[in-house]
Design a protein around this ligand. Structure first.
Ligand code: SAM
Length: 195
């Protein structure tokens, strides 16, 4: 059992280019055990509705937030004794710090960027962590970070309020569907913030 929350904050989303990759950041956050996803400094209802749809069908809980001011949000997170972990190829190797992060009991805000991340985020972060020092992808970096944090247990997470789920098979596909959803309204916690 973990005694802290993990939220993923996506920086630098460009609606005209990044819809798919930002949606994948959100999907990886949910599937790999984070409690929420924050689309910072911008609103993109298409991304939010794709993620909301997945939560409604495949379960949660998973909170989706958009439109927050990233700097204010990070500062508030730190004020509430949460820690901020920025994933960047320029950071220190994950192996040096992951045990300390895993066992300190603090809520974790994991930041991933799109293009160049401004210097202020490096300064605000408690940790700047590299998943190797080669450039690759925010999706890959996030998946590996969460997998190391949760030590592989996230792959066996049970989601609640699902309407559809996979029954694992050696061959072929088997899906279980709920005739009656767990709750009729199945409210997903997605919100938009201004400022
Ligand atoms: N050169 C860019 C930079 O400023 O880090 C790479 C941008 S990359 C397309 C987008 C995001 O992927 C980065 O902001 C970072 O969060 C993540 N990323 C890419 N490679 C990484 C690595 N080796 N370790 C950790 N995160 C990485």
């Amino acid at each position: 059992m973990i005694d802290y929350k993990v939220y993923v904050l996506r920086l630098g989303h460009r609606p005209e280019r990044d819809k798919r990759i930002t949606t994948h950041v959100g999907l990886v956050a949910r599937a790999f055990g984070a409690h929420g996803f924050i689309l910072a400094d911008i609103v993109d209802d298409k991304v939010v509705s794709s993620l909301t749809d997945v939560v409604k069908r495949w379960g949660g809980p998973f909170e989706i937030i958009q439109g927050v001011n990233s700097i204010e949000y990070i500062k508030k997170w730190k004020k509430m004794n949460g820690e901020v972990i920025h994933l960047t190829m320029y950071g220190e190797p994950i192996d040096y710090v992951i045990d300390q992060i895993r066992y300190n009991g603090r809520d974790k805000l994991v930041i991933v960027g799109a293009e160049k991340v401004p210097r202020i985020y490096y300064d605000l972060a408690d940790y700047n962590i590299a998943i190797g020092n080669q450039p690759h992808s925010e999706v890959a970096a996030l998946a590996i970070f969460l997998d190391r944090l949760f030590e592989g247990r996230e792959l066996y997470l049970k989601f609640s309020k699902w309407r559809i789920r996979v029954v694992p098979q050696r061959r072929g596909k088997r899906i279980e569907r709920l005739e009656k959803p767990h709750c009729k309204t199945c409210r997903v916690n997605a919100r938009r913030e201004s400022g």
